[in-house]
Design a protein around this ligand. Structure first.
Ligand code: SF4
Length: 367
């Protein structure tokens, strides 16, 4: 039996297609994206390539409990395996910096206040960006014949940083995030996989980290074990958000007051001097979470947590994770009667993970 032929990308005239990228960029601007680039769906697997880097990272076990990183390796490596007939990828950037960096730094430097990664203070970016990408895809679909596409924002196995770099949006810094000379790194990425060949943008081929290694030096847990190599098992973002269960006692004092994620490598990066605050009101901090005290947040019962974190990426760690992380931060805060009584009030928490971290925190205040 003759196997079915894969669907071929439909062909517009060359001049129609060559005009399309500029039109797409204009639509993206109207939808609130700061930049957009177009690249092919091919990812190289040669030694030293992005896929080689991914395989080495997985082989080292740096993914920790994120087993899906290995399970979905093939889908990540081959865009057409994730969405059939994908030949082109649009990568789009949306900035999220909600406030000047000095304000964030002041919050981080106050050990009685909770530090929450700035991307998680406002509305959940996944939905917002996917909706905007869908609108953009609708506009593209109306302009070309028979378009097959799928939109993504941190929701599926997509090698988003390599694709963003290939689309010319920036280079991958030593901290492993994408950064850009004009915009720094405080941005989300989203993608549209397309079955239509569009003219590609020039990839970013130069890196501009130079001899700087500030992000490596500042990392509180030394999770950037070498330039471009992050051991997630030590990374505070992973530990406070993705990791379930007990956090290694050796790492707890290094977490400080960071209760959800960590921005240190971005805060120190010289390229972020050029980062502009977001235009997106939805990314503004909710419920005063930009500088709330540890005690105040630790007092939230589950119903309050559930109600206040609705529609926020902040929910990802769950309520147990929320209390666990706050207990660690309270254990790291300067001793006070208020902190000790806040911890004592949860000393007999029925959840074993919370209970264990509260006991640890109390022991720090009786040393
Ligand atoms: S802090 Fe320095 S090394 Fe790290 S990403 Fe920024 S420029 Fe590169």
């Amino acid at each position: 039996m003759i196997p079915a032929q894969p669907k071929r990308p439909t062909a517009e005239t060359k001049s129609e297609l060559s005009a399309l990228p500029e039109q797409i960029r204009a639509w993206a601007k109207e939808l609130g994206f700061a930049a957009l680039g177009i690249t092919t769906a091919d990812l190289d697997s040669e030694p030293g390539s992005d896929l080689d880097h991914l395989d080495n990272w997985l082989a080292a076990g740096f993914q920790g409990q994120m087993g899906w990183m290995a399970d979905q390796r093939e889908l990540r490596a081959r865009p057409e395996a994730l969405h059939p007939n994908t030949v082109t990828v649009i990568s789009a950037r949306m900035d999220y910096l909600p406030e000047p960096q000095e304000i964030m730094q002041a919050n981080l430097d106050d050990p009685d206040r909770a530090y929450i990664s700035r991307y998680a203070l406002g509305r959940d970016y996944h939905k917002l960006i996917r909706k905007r990408l869908q609108k953009l895809a609708d506009q593209i679909e109306a302009a070309v014949s028979a378009l097959g596409y799928r939109v993504f924002c941190d929701s599926a196995p997509v090698l988003e940083k390599a694709l963003a770099r290939n689309a010319g949006l920036g280079w991958i810094g030593k901290h492993t995030l994408v950064l850009n000379r004009e915009a720094g790194s405080w941005f989300f990425l989203g993608e549209i996989y397309l079955d239509k060949i569009l003219p590609s943008d020039p990839p970013q081929t130069r890196e501009h980290c130079g001899s700087c290694q500030s992000c490596i030096d500042i990392c509180p847990t030394q999770a950037i074990v070498a330039p471009y190599k992050l051991d997630a098992r030590r990374c505070i973002s992973y530990l406070t958000i993705e990791h379930r269960g007990s956090i290694d006692e050796e790492l707890r004092p290094l977490i400080g007051n960071r209760i959800f994620g960590c921005d240190d490598c971005q805060l120190v990066c010289p390229w972020n001097r050029y980062a502009q605050p977001t235009q997106e009101a939805d990314f503004s901090p909710r419920h005063g979470l930009g500088n709330a005290t540890l005690i105040e947040l630790f007092a939230w019962d589950e119903a309050t947590w559930d109600e206040r974190t609705k529609g926020m990426a902040l929910r990802r760690a769950g309520y147990v994770g929320w209390l666990r992380n706050l207990a660690i931060a309270l254990g790291n805060a300067p001793s006070s009667e208020n902190i000790q009584s806040a911890l004592a009030a949860r000393k007999n928490h029925p959840n074993e993970i919370v209970h264990e971290h509260v006991r640890w925190a109390l022991s720090r205040h009786s040393e």
